[in-house]
Design a protein around this ligand. Structure first.
Ligand SMILES: C[S@@+](CC[C@H](N)C(=O)[O-])C[C@H]1O[C@@H](n2cnc3c(N)ncnc32)[C@H](O)[C@@H]1O
Length: 452
């Protein structure tokens, strides 16, 4: 046990799930924000619990050989990037090792993990930005939340976002100041402008600006549109979303189109997608293509297969698969996403798809009961992984191949162990770096039926 508010020296040996450094003092685990493996640090404990402590970094005694000066001057304060101060190749190596160790520790899965596929340029990759708007000393500020708080770090440029955002933020600030438009204060639930959300199509260059307001009337919005139109090439859509609730949730229910369309268009590979203000679309389009191509490779389709895409979202993976399969069934719990999936299938002329809304644990067994069986199954569940009912039904369908796409190595390990017990063995495991400079890692796994 360690003492609170005491200074200790320790070496960082690992990273936690949110990218925080992990070290040991006399065998006791200490989490240190900003520490990376190989650092020798002086830290002061500010939280001490039964099984772990949290320390504040006071001094870097000896830096890790992988420590670099991050390109962003505020990355140590901003909650967006946790490991930008680590060389990119070291980030990728770390992610590979994390996946390998987690599969071994939780799932007792001893399989080869391939080196994490990274980006050639791991910056400016995000196609969507959400800037909270607030007041600081009477002036409107926009930026990102500080780590673990709701204090806004006032910034115009973010190195992992598309560069067009810097221009948009400046223009919106200009509009707010020029027309003295009020900004939202979450303590009093007063003031108008709450968030600016931007979306950019990387292939098309189309831009959407969403102004989230606490109230319907947006004064001088024509002037705001004019300012954006004159300065933002590719502007296709300006929408207002109204959220009058005292909540952390960004969007409210009502959305009004102020200029142009209510969606932008972008492509992943040769597939076209309409993206509206609230519809989910992967934020790193370059790596999404890498991930989906891997899923397609592992699905190894010949053209005569029936495929299930379970947890299909807006049907992006389904449409990738439908190009090579006889029939694809997509299952997803969010109704709006299924409406998008159907529309996306239409605009791409994919008539060999069918989408079902509902919980996978209900819908997949129902489809199976109706006699629909999969030759190949792809699952891409949320962080908590697949429900056992889903895994059991997959096993009953006895597909030749299963492809598991996962954003959480821990639940992936649990589910792979379950499937292995029932006759599906994990083959290749391919991590993909969808979110450079953060602790997150995505994986694509090929499973095959063992002959018993
Ligand atoms: C990691 S996302 C994958 C989305 C999609 N495959 C993609 O790449 O864009 C997981 C999806 O599962 C959906 N989901 C969560 N729980 C579900 C459930 N019980 N049944 C079906 N879908 C669910 C979420 O709404 C989300 O769209």
């Amino acid at each position: 046990m360690l003492d609170k508010n005491k200074v200790y020296e320790l070496e960082i040996i690992d990273l936690g799930h949110s990218g925080e450094g992990i070290g040991k003092v006399n065998g006791f685990t200490v989490f240190v924000e900003g520490g990376i493996p190989g650092d020798l640090l002086k830290v002061k404990t500010n939280i001490v619990k039964k099984s772990y402590a949290v320390g504040v970094l006071l001094e870097i005694i000896t830096p890790s050989p992988h420590r670099i000066q991050p390109i962003c001057g505020i990355s140590h304060r901003c909650g967006g990037c946790q490991i930008m101060h680590m060389e990119y190749q070291a980030q990728l190596d770390f992610k590979t090792v994390r996946v390998e160790e987690t599969l071994k520790r939780i799932g007792k899965i001893d399989t080869k993990v391939l080196p994490t596929l990274g980006m050639e340029n791991p910056y400016e990759y995000r196609n969507k930005a959400q800037f909270p708007v607030g007041l600081m000393s009477g002036k409107a500020v926009m930026g990102f939340y500080e780590k673990g708080s709701h204090t806004i770090v006032n910034t115009e440029y973010c190195h992992i976002q598309h560069p067009i955002n810097e221009k948009i933020v400046k223009l919106i600030k200009e509009y707010i100041h020029q027309h003295k438009v009020s900004v939202y204060d979450e303590k009093t639930n007063m003031g108008l402008i709450r968030h600016i959300v931007t979306k950019v199509g990387y292939q098309t260059g189309e831009v959407m600006v969403v102004v989230v307001t606490n109230g319907k009337k947006l004064p001088h919005h024509q002037e705001m549109i004019q300012l954006l139109k004159e300065n933002i090439e590719g502007l296709q859509s300006v929408v207002q979303n109204i959220n009058e609730k005292n909540t952390n949730v960004i969007f409210g229910k009502e959305t009004i189109t102020l200029y142009g369309r209510d969606y932008i268009v972008d492509y992943i590979g040769n597939l076209k997608f309409n993206i509206s203000a609230q519809s989910f679309f992967q934020v790193n389009p370059m790596q999404t293509k890498v991930l989906y191509e891997k899923a397609l490779e592992y699905a190894d389709l010949k053209g005569d297969e029936t495929v299930f895409d379970i947890y299909c979202g807006i049907g992006t993976i389904s449409l990738f698969l439908a190009q090579k399969a006889k029939k694809v069934y997509g299952v997803e719990v969010v109704e709006a996403a299924i409406l998008d999936a159907k529309e996306n299938a239409d605009i791409n002329g994919m008539s060999n798809t069918e989408f079902y809304v509902g919980e996978a644990e209900m819908v997949v067994p129902e489809l199976y009961k109706k006699g629909i069986k999969a030759d190949v199954v792809v699952v891409d569940p949320p962080r908590k992984g697949c429900e056992e009912t889903v895994l059991d039904t997959i096993v009953s369908m006895a597909p030749d191949r299963v492809v598991y796409v996962s954003c959480n190595p821990a639940t992936l390990a649990r589910d792979l162990a379950y499937l292995q017990e029932k006759g599906y063995k994990a083959g290749s495991v391919q991590p993909v770096d969808m979110f450079p400079h953060t602790g997150h890692v995505e994986c694509c796994v090929r499973l095959y039926k063992e002959e018993r």
